[in-house]
Design a binder for this molecule. Structure first.
Ligand code: ARG
Length: 564
């Protein structure tokens, strides 16, 4: 943005000082007192040129001030150059912001794989599953928005000895129609198995046999397994719908059953897997400074890591991706380090592989599990959120208006939970606070939603459509107008940064600031009552703000109401 001006600044310095490298880095000052753009370049050049930075800054400011897009340019502090642009120049740049509100057309290039959510079957989704699910979806959304060819993949844990256990439990204690069961009921059977197993160790052997039979393709056990997977996926999809999450590919770990053996053979042949204790096969990763990794158990069985090896191979063969991102909690860091080290050793042509990890979630009130010590279910938390939002709407009486309070409560409640998570730096532990998440004043979903509805309400009163053209020029900007314009101008850069760093909170923080910019503007400037040409300008600013808020919120998987 402002490429012309930046190029000019570079040229000015290069010509003036006869140097070839003086690329000028620009910043956008947070406070309007420092102008629309600022650069510390004089300080950077001072050393090489052995000149006072203020002198260099003075030269640059004087030349820039002559540019037709510049209102004024000043030297500030130890050698900053602060530039104020003419209103029409700023307004012209806003076309980039408007463009950034719609997704680019998907480019035909090597895909980016984003793997997330990846729950295990036959257990309800716990609250912690929301982290991978929404962080992954936001990252995928950001890539898609920029026109990347994105493959969203759910790596479902649908394989392993637990299915043998569940089968044995079902045969012993199950009753009624399997396909009418809920995941909670399946979990109860599983828990019962573990309780009984302590008294009767023979059960464990039975379970292992059952899983072996499943692997061998026994019809009865296969049918059982398939039904269990279907029951789980039905419940999982219902939750995804509430969260506005969608994954294009659902590939169970079971899919890789037959793909593992050739890889194991390849590893043995390349001497990467060697025979360890008790018949297990192990990858030695000493050179990589990692502990050795088991790839085949002593009993010949494969494990989680073996399936991940096959998954990497499958995705390379199927998609020839440019990058493959794994949005998984940091407790699996070692697993991914070992996985990436092994595939590198195997010498495969690899895309960029990245474990996009995140910290643990805590509740500010300390409750992560139920009174009985069971994990909190995601569904229960979303239900609670919707109830809390409904109470909040009621308590606000007439100040909140909605044609469908139930739908608004769901939008606010689910949004509050998601935003409460996504607005925090994923690399840290995530502290979830109900009061903060549902506050109308802070960095929260309701605040964002309310601000959007406020902007829409103005536009309804002004009887304008969503897209309002900007007047060609404006005499001058007040400080709040300038801040709002500055905020709007940052949108394209922010989505780029959030995407490139895989940091959803960068976008959330930005939207919060934009809401603040807008509310400051709303509180200090009359909009509909102002005379022309201000009125048209202010309506256009309001319209673009609403569009950016909606577009940004949707990238974060949130929805915003038109009225509330
Ligand atoms: N199902 C696993 C779990 O719940 C997560 C899978 C992560 N992805 C992977 N490719 N290993 O722990």
């Amino acid at each position: 943005m402002f490429e012309d001006l930046q190029a000019k600044a570079t040229k000015i310095l290069c010509t003036e000082y006869g140097i070839s490298d003086c690329s000028v880095a620009w910043e956008r000052p947070a406070q309007p007192e420092f102008g629309d753009l600022a650069t510390p370049v004089s300080m950077q050049l001072a050393k090489t040129l052995k000149k006072n930075p203020k002198v260099i800054a003075g030269v640059l400011a004087e030349q820039l001030a002559k540019d037709s897009s510049v209102e004024k340019a000043e030297v500030a502090g130890p050698g900053y150059v602060n530039v104020w642009l003419k209103p029409e120049a700023l307004l012209g740049e806003l076309k980039h912001t408007r463009e950034a509100c719609t997704a680019k057309v998907t480019r035909k290039e090597a895909p980016v794989i984003v793997e997330y959510s990846s729950p295990n079957i036959a257990k309800p989704l716990g609250i912690h599953h929301i982290l991978t699910t929404v962080i992954g979806q936001v990252i995928a959304n950001l890539y898609m928005h920029e026109g990347y060819n994105v493959k969203t993949v759910n790596h479902i844990g649908d394989w392993g000895t637990q299915f043998g256990k569940l089968y044995v439990a079902w045969k012993q204690w199950g009753n009624g129609d399997l396909d009418k069961k809920t995941v909670d009921e399946l979990l109860a059977l599983y828990v019962q198995f573990h309780d009984e197993e302590e008294k009767n160790p023979g059960l464990e052997v039975e379970a292992r046999n059952a899983f072996r039979q499943l692997e061998e393709g026994n019809d009865d056990i296969r049918a059982f397994w398939k039904t269990v997977v279907d029951i789980s996926m039905r419940e999982i999809h219902a939750l995804y719908e509430r969260l506005h999450v969608h994954l294009a590919y659902e590939h169970g770990e079971s899919m890789y059953e037959n793909a593992m053996q050739p890889i194991v053979e390849e590893g043995k042949k390349k001497k990467i897997f060697s025979l360890g204790k008790e018949g297990a096969f192990i990858a030695d990763l000493e050179q990589e400074n990692l502990p050795p990794a088991i790839v085949i158990k002593g009993d010949g069985g494969t494990i989680y890591l073996t399936r991940d090896l096959a998954t990497v191979r499958f995705r390379i063969d199927e998609w020839q991706p440019q990058a493959s991102l794994y949005v998984v909690g940091q407790e699996q860091q070692l697993h991914f380090q070992q996985l990436f080290a092994i595939v590198k050793k195997l010498g495969w042509q690899l895309p960029h592989l990245e474990h996009v990890s995140f910290g643990r979630m805590h509740f500010a009130d300390g409750k992560m599990s139920t009174r009985k010590g069971k994990i909190l279910k995601l569904e229960d938390v979303l239900d609670e959120a919707t109830e809390r939002a409904a109470d909040l709407i009621k308590s606000r009486g007439d100040s909140i208006q909605s044609d469908d309070p139930q739908a608004l409560a769901e939008m606010m409640g689910v949004g509050a939970v998601v935003y409460g998570i996504i607005s925090q730096n994923r690399k840290m532990d995530i502290l979830f606070d109900w009061d903060k998440a549902l506050s109308f004043e802070g960095n929260s979903a309701p605040y964002l939603q309310y601000t959007h509805a406020r902007a829409r309400s103005i536009l309804r009163k002004a009887e304008v459509k969503n897209e309002v053209p900007f007047p060609k020029d404006a005499d001058s900007f007040s400080n709040v107008e300038r801040s709002l314009v500055g905020g709007l101008l940052r949108f394209p850069e922010v989505i780029l940064e959030a995407r490139a760093s895989h940091m959803p909170h960068v976008l959330a923080t930005y939207l919060y600031q934009l809401c603040q910019n807008f509310n400051a503007f709303y509180n200090s400037e009359p909009i509909l009552q102002s005379p022309e040409p201000q009125k048209s300008l202010r309506i256009a600013l309001t319209a673009l703000t609403a569009t950016v808020l909606k577009s940004g919120a949707e990238l974060l998987t949130l929805r915003v109401p038109d009225r509330m």
